[in-house]
Every structure is written in C-alpha cells, then in structure tokens.
Design a protein around this ligand. Sequence first.
Ligand code: ATP
Ligand code: MN
Length: 479
Amino acid sequence: MRRTKIVDILNEEKKGEELLVKGWVRTRRGNKQINFIAVNDGSVIHNLQVVADVEKIGEELLRRVTTGAALAVKGELRESEGKGQSMELLASEIEVIGDCDPNLFPLQPKKHSLEFLRENAHLRFRTNTFSAIARIRHAMIFAVHKFFTDNGFVNIHTPIITSSDAEGAGEMFQVTTLDLKNTPKDDNGAIDFSKDFFGRAANLTVSGQLEGELAAMGLADIYTFGPTFRAENSNTTRHLAEFWMIEPEMAFYDLNDNMDLAERFLKYLISYVLENCTDDLGFLSQRLKDEEKNRKADERSMDLIEKLKFVLSDDFVRITYSEAIEILRNSKPNKKGKFSYKIEGFGADLQSEHERFLVEKHFKKPVILTDYPKDIKAFYMKLNEDNKTVRAMDVLFPQIGEIIGGSQREESYDKLVERMDEMYIPKEEMWWYLDTRKFGAVPHSGFGLGFERMIQFVTGMGNIRDVIPFPRTPKSAEF
Ligand code: ATP
Ligand code: MN
C-alpha cells in the first residue's frame, strides 16, 4: 500500500478509504479501552488523530507508542466525533518503525523555550514552530524564483570562493589549504599566498553583487540567490555569519526603477506566503499571541497576518537620508537621550533603533531611504551631483530595520576610479570589474535582500537563529 501524506488527507475527500500513514508520535492519551495518538508527518502543521482499540492493537505495542516514536499506521479514515479535528484514522494495524525512549528524548509534549530548541537544533524539525518556519522558508524560496522568472530575470550562480575583498574588508572568512602551523613565507616574512591553493589569498564571498553586475552587462536582468558569509562579530538577533541573500541586478534601471522593483518584490513575497501558507501562518500568529498574552493590551504587537496585509495595503514611504536625519534629530527619543546613539546631523550612520523609530513610530509603514552620504556607503554607488551623497537605497521594515540595501551603480569609469582611489580599493585586482565601465557601460542598479531577515518578518520570529535550520554565529557552528 502506498503511503498517504497527512496534508493530502486533510485537503482531499478520502472518507471511508483504507490508508497507510507514516509519521512521528506527538502525543498518546486514552484509557484501557481506547487510545488517541496524534501523528505528524511534516507535510502540514496539523496532526492526524489515530484511534487505536487497545485490545485489537495490543497493550504491549501501544506502550512503545511514545512521543517521538515513528509509526506506520494502516486504517480507515472516518469522520471524527471528537473536538479539534474533522477526520481520524481508525487503526487496523500499527507498526513501530523507530522506537523513542521517552526518558532520553529531549522533546517533551510541552512548550519548550526557543533557546532550548536551539541547543537541540538537530531535533527541532519535530516541533510545530520549526516545521512551520521550514515550510514557509521553502515557499519563500520558490516565490523568489517564481517572481524573477515571471519577470524575465536569469538566475546566476556567483562564486562562493572569491579573491576580491573589495566590499567587506576585515569581515571575510579566509579560505586556505596552507598548513597553518607551517605557512610559507615571502622575503618580507609575510605569508606567501602564491603557494596557496589558488595561488593567491581567497575568501568566502560577502556578496554576489560584483559578479552579478558583470552578468547584467549582457543578460540585462539577473538575480543571484546564494549563501554569503560575514565574519562580523555582531551578536545580534538580526545577524548571522552565514546567511542567504537575493541580489537582483538590472541594466538600464535607475534608482527609481530599483525602488519600484524592490517594493513590488517584497509585496509579492508577502502575498505569496499569505496565499499559500495559511495554516502555518495561522499557527505562528497564535504562537505570538500566546507569547504576549501577559502583556498589557497596548503593548501587544499587531497580529502577524494583519501586519503582513498592512504592508501590502500602502505604498512604502520614500524619503532621503537628509530628510530622515531631520526627523530623527527633532524626535522625542533623540531630544530625551533615549537613543543609544544620538543623532547630531548629516553624516551619522543610522542604527537599527533609528530605522525602527522611523518605520514603527513616525511613519508607521515601510520606509525607503535614499541618497546617503558617500562616506558611509560602498565605493560602487553612483555619486549625486552634490558630490556629497550617493544613489543608495535602504528599505526599512518594522521589527527588522534594514531588510534591503541597494543602489544605482556608478557607471562612469573616471568617477568610479576616483572613488576607488579615495577609499583605497585596490584597482589592479578589480580590472575585470572596471572593464564593464569601459565596454558598453550603461546605467544599472541592484539590491540585496537578506533572506533570513525577510523570513523573520514573515514569521514574526524575534531571533534570526530561529529562521535558518543550522545557524552560524560567533562561537557557534554546532550541527
Ligand atoms: P546591517 O547594517 O544590518 O549589518 P549591512 O548594511 O551590512 O546590514 P548589506 O551589506 O547591505 O547589509 O547586505 C544586504 C542585506 O543583507 C541587508 O539589508 C540585510 O537584509 C542582510 N544582511 C546583512 N548582514 C547580515 C547578516 N550578518 N545576517 C543576516 N542578514 C544580513
Ligand atoms: Mn552588516
């Protein structure tokens, strides 16, 4: 007999059919005559209720039906008389595929803290919260590819190992096969990377953008979706050392086109999840409500699903960095010294507290900030006529702060070289990047969306470690 997934049982009319179901036991309860076993197979947030006649199935076997055990159950699907489910499986045969000692299994049929589950990341796929997040993550991956495919973009695999450290100076993981206890030295006593695997120093990429730009200079509309690595020692709830980034790059786009695309893309992802992940979102929304039930009514956050719909309903606010600085400078928390970093004026790098103030308190909508000071942004961003600001854009979201960072790129060879000199970017190594400004250069733009930050927003999870299966953070790379 073929196995039927629980998601199909709940979605399709299968009443009266003989079915085979395989999954893991969440709970077993009952009495001497009858047992109710909640089985979950990962296909959907809901469990299937299995009804077992103790005499028929056997007391001895049912004793092995403990939380965490894996089962195969044959039986007839019938309408349930009990509360909480519409269908149940009346077991004719139960096989314990994998036993699970309840005294050793770390997951009990109760609520565990997220910290505890992080320490047991190898088992947390068995929980409602993490299976819901994993399914939403999957749906979002699919939606990313669908959006760009439908819009005529080409997906490009940019390298994971790179030798350019143009962007993330000091924040890169080195890649080497040299014997660290006995490194070859050059005449100056420095490590001789010409003896290394690639004949030069190499790193894990912090962004696929530079290579993405090369591809856009022929394919016009491209996107990357790959892992990126940052050795920044920021132990926050929004930073990982290994995270996934989506980076579209478009020829013939100016900053406005770029903002339009970013807004349309974010809204598409949110509507996709709203339409396709109803049950998992419903579960996560209830989870947040339970978490906040002891808070005062006015301190509770907006319902998750309401929040997602809310983002869809309005245009994002678009203002310049300079306008934002004025708002922040004159804001109550700034005047009362409530920000950890006081905003004095133009030039300040915005912290997430400032970003969140603009979005959550001042505008109460997502905000796109443009035209940042050139000194706090990367060398490749297009310089404005004022010579002071660049055509950068950061998209700021409630709860998250910066979710997208992007810009129109500098397409003028001379201006780009000037910026590289000013910022001490080694030009020789970047000859291939500079070539694109020599041969048929066009205005172009792009941005990077941090995939995990997007999932945090959509799932309402406060800590980025809980939206990636195996988080990598400073001092932590278990599993
Ligand atoms: P932040 O100031 O928040 O550290 P950033 O300016 O370093 O971000 P970018 O280099 O512009 O970010 O990267 C593009 C996007 O990648 C960001 O908007 C964010 O969504 C995401 N991102 C950046 N760093 C991380 C990280 N360490 N972990 C997870 N996502 C990240
Ligand atoms: Mn950063």
